[in-house]
Design a protein around this ligand. Structure first.
Ligand code: ATP
Length: 158
């Protein structure tokens, strides 16, 4: 299935804006052209919800979430950035593991089972994409979805 990544991102973004009026949501999207990717629409939506939901859950102090949409010749990138608690270096490699939660006592109030990110990463990899994270403890995190851009086939002269 061909899905317009940007269109799905905007829809999820607008929903979060409505659900969390106490947060500032900013979108960085100056793309005018299409961002077609080969993924089942509901799957991309689900992954974005997991990332946005985490960004909100783990930002107690500075309630601000940025979503950016960009592309190059080969990939479409969707990045969800927060300025919340961040993740320590020793935990970063494990946040995609099933049932892993960084600080069980602290994150218990936020709710969850430690499954969201592992499901999200498997889904994206199933479509030949990547889900990666950069984070600094106490400063915030950026989760980046990268999916192969569908390039329109060029007709051969012969
Ligand atoms: P759920 O199963 O409901 O998604 P969860 O949020 O605990 O619960 P994951 O989404 O897999 O599970 O996240 C795993 C852990 O990674 C979290 O418990 C949290 O410690 C850490 N984490 C995930 N996203 C962020 C974020 N944006 N900022 C800080 N820590 C995060």
């Amino acid at each position: 299935e061909v899905t317009d990544a940007r269109e799905v991102a905007l829809q999820v973004f607008n929903n979060f804006k409505m659900i969390h009026p106490d947060f500032v949501f900013l979108i960085d999207d100056d793309l005018k052209d299409e961002t077609p990717v080969k993924i089942y629409r509901n799957h991309l939506e689900q992954v974005l919800i997991i990332l946005m939901d985490n960004a909100v859950k783990y930002s107690q102090k500075r309630k601000e979430v940025h979503l950016s949409v960009s592309k190059n010749e080969r990939y479409v990138d969707l990045a969800v950035q927060d300025f919340g608690e961040g993740i320590a270096q020793q935990d970063i490699a494990r946040v995609f593991n099933r049932f892993y939660r960084v600080d069980k006592a602290r994150s218990r109030d936020a709710g969850g089972n430690g499954l969201g990110l592992s499901i999200a990463q498997r889904l994206i990899e199933g479509y030949h994409g990547q889900l990666t994270v950069e984070s600094v403890l106490g400063q915030g995190s950026v989760f980046r979805i990268s999916l192969p851009l569908i390039i329109k086939e060029q007709k051969n002269a012969d």
